[in-house]
Design a protein around this ligand. Structure first.
Ligand code: PRP
Ligand code: URA
Length: 209
């Protein structure tokens, strides 16, 4: 449906801290938490609303409330880095998990875990993953979630490569994609350039290099 690139000043500032290879894991996480909360603003801007009768201290009025349940689905592991920020802003969410790991040689993802809430068909499902590289993991996640009944899905990523965006647009043209920053290209190892390296390793301090 639409690809929305945020290009937000504060996100850009914090993303540059995350990109710096000398930024330690705890600061990487702190900045990702902050960025996630800024991303929520954009991702939830046009969520459907329904009327709600409220009585203020002054009078009765018709307010608004979210019309749909919201289900967040972080793609493990790195998607967990966006979860706290999103949950801080949208309190009444359910959370599902999809574990996807990319083979470092073939770049083909495989699913190793799936635990999703019921009623996917009626909810707004927000898939969160900081990195959209080849797009393989996100395409598989979308295939999986659609097969389990989800109909109204958006994908929210921190950094994306044009190659990954193109693949999602081809394979899942019904999906809105929210991207904080569109990077330049993928390198020969399938890493986003300039990117920020392996998001899962940097987030959890498992980069042994
Ligand atoms: C990373 C990232 C995405 C995927 C993107 O996960 O979190 O899920 O790579 O790459 P793609 O678009 O080419 O599929 P990774 O497989 O490194 O697992 P991790 O989060 O556990 O480190
Ligand atoms: N996964 C990552 O974590 N980083 C990349 O640059 C590409 C895929």
């Amino acid at each position: 449906m639409a690809t929305i690139i945020m290009n937000h000043a504060l996100i850009e500032h914090k993303l540059s801290i995350m990109r710096d290879k000398n930024t330690p894991s705890y600061l990487f996480k702190q900045n990702l938490d902050d960025i996630a909360q800024l991303m929520v603003y954009e991702v939830t801007k046009n969520l459907p609303l329904k009327d709600k009768e409220v009585v203020t201290p002054i009078c009765a009025t018709t307010g608004k409330q979210l019309a749909q349940d919201i289900i967040l689905v972080p793609i493990l592991r790195a998607g967990l880095g966006l979860l706290d920020g999103f949950r801080n802003m949208i309190k009444e969410v359910k959370v599902g998990f999809l574990g996807m790991a990319r083979d470092e040689e073939t770049l083909i993802p495989h699913e190793y875990y799936a635990k999703l809430p019921k009623n996917l068909d009626k909810a707004k499902v927000i898939i969160i993953d900081p990195m959209l590289a080849t797009g393989g993991s996100s395409v598989d996640a979308l295939d999986n979630i659609k097969a389990k009944g989800a109909k109204d899905i958006v994908l929210a990523c921190l950094v994306a490569a044009p190659e990954g965006v193109k693949l999602i647009e081809e394979k899942h043209p019904d999906i809105d994609i929210y991207i904080a920053h569109l990077d330049d290209h993928l390198n020969e190892k399938g890493y986003i350039v300039p990117g920020l390296g392996d998001a899962g390793d940097r987030l959890f301090g498992t980069d042994e290099s």
